[in-house]
Ligand binder design. Sequence first.
Ligand code: PLP
Length: 403
Amino acid sequence: MKNIYLDNNATTRVAEEVVEEMLPYFSNLYGNASSMHSFGGNIRHKIDYARQQAAQLLNCGPEELIFTSGGTESDNTAIRSVLELNPNKRHIVTTRVEHPAVRTMARHFQRRGYRLTELPVDAYGRIDLDQLEAAISNDTALVTIMHANNETGVIFPVDKIAPLVKSKGVLFHTDAVQAVGKMPYNLADIPVDLLSLSGHKLHGPKGIGILYVRRGTPLSPLIMGGHQEFSRRAGTENTPGIVGLGKACELAQKNMEEENGRVRQMRDWLETHLLRVCPDARVNGDRESRLPNTTNISFEYVEGEAILLLLDQLGIAASSGSACTSGSLEPSHVLRAMGVPFTAVHGSIRFSLSRYNTIDEIEYVIRETPGVIKRLRQISMFSSPPDAGAPRERKPRLDRISG
Ligand code: PLP
């Protein structure tokens, strides 16, 4: 049985080097970094080292980084902190395609009386910078716009957005959870105030992330208690996670250029073939400005869930929409915001690759997927109502699907 993992925007395999680095911190190196004795001192040094490894990847100061429990906590902290520290400003600007970690938090404040602008995107998933500029007012406390979209891979031009927002004197946060590790970063050059990243998206462990807070930007902690993380995030440090994330950052920096080139080639190969062989298939999102590992393809007139099921039986793991929303049959808010037709939203599949994929795996996916789509479309024809005048309901009959 094949075991081909193409769901790397949901989570990634932890690199072996990362696991190796972490293991001692589960056994003999178990000290608490806050302790005065050498058990603690060794841990403190290692945490400092991990912070430096992450700072090198982002080109920022280590003291600008706070370890958190992941992307969600970083996003939540950033938004809540800015609003709490600027109580006289009651307006938030974001986009319609943000991850729920941002979207839900922004809507939470909207329910508490804040004005919320969710900028629209065009058919390619792009925002209009003029609209962004027009949306910012004297009352705007925060602009929070993701760097790369988890569902489509579309990259927003944060290098242009950040200076624009700063020129209006407004704080800017970016959810860079999908971008860090897949594209080079230089925070010395981009005036981002706050940035979120997550370990498990770059071959690090789950349950660990970072919030970057630019020097001089005040922060109100979300989690209060002890003095860890410069009194900005309380709680005994997750040492194995921090050590693992540090190593993952180091590896990402080392491998990025070479591996992303190879990953992009495999992604393009997969995409080109599937579009050529499968009729009524289309790529969702801006193909020019996109993460190198992601393709989101709509296969019209079939259900994404049915495709996933059959691909899974062939040993291929992909995703229909965001992992965080799968499990519900709600159509993707990202694709809906892009105006993707209903039939295409429901048949959308996200393939997200990593440096661990091989060309042989991609060849196998290219060979098997068209057959899956064809078969589902044939089944779907049977489920159409016999009334020729009625619009065709092309839902696949899941009860007919077997190995
Ligand atoms: N932001 C984006 C864009 C994501 O893709 C994810 C995870 O899917 C998150 C935030 C949440 O990160 P975490 O799973 O580390 O909480």
